[in-house]
Design a binder for this molecule. Structure first.
Ligand SMILES: [Zn+2]
Length: 84
């Protein structure tokens, strides 16, 4: 069960809460009871979303590191692995 970090924008209170990923996020501050709580992206939980990183990693499986177009979206005719 992942641990989420929350911060109350009303009073600045920060706290951690473990709950299921499908459970609803905490919205009410346990300290001041205002609905100003936002969920922070915690580096310790491993729940980090990397925008285009997934695509780049996937692409490089088929092209050698020496390929000048490795990591870009354009196809390289000299690399047999990158031809689609
Ligand atoms: Zn608060």
């Amino acid at each position: 069960m992942p641990t989420y970090e929350y911060e109350c924008k009303a009073c600045g209170h920060r706290f951690e809460k473990s709950h299921s990923i499908t459970a609803e996020a905490i919205k009410v501050c346990p300290k001041c009871h205002k609905r100003k709580v936002v969920r922070l992206i915690s580096s310790g939980s491993g729940i980090i979303f990397k925008g285009s990183g997934f695509y780049a990693t996937d692409y490089r499986k088929g092209a050698p590191a020496s390929c000048p177009s490795a990591g870009s979206k354009s196809s390289c005719s000299s690399c047999p692995g990158s031809a689609k």
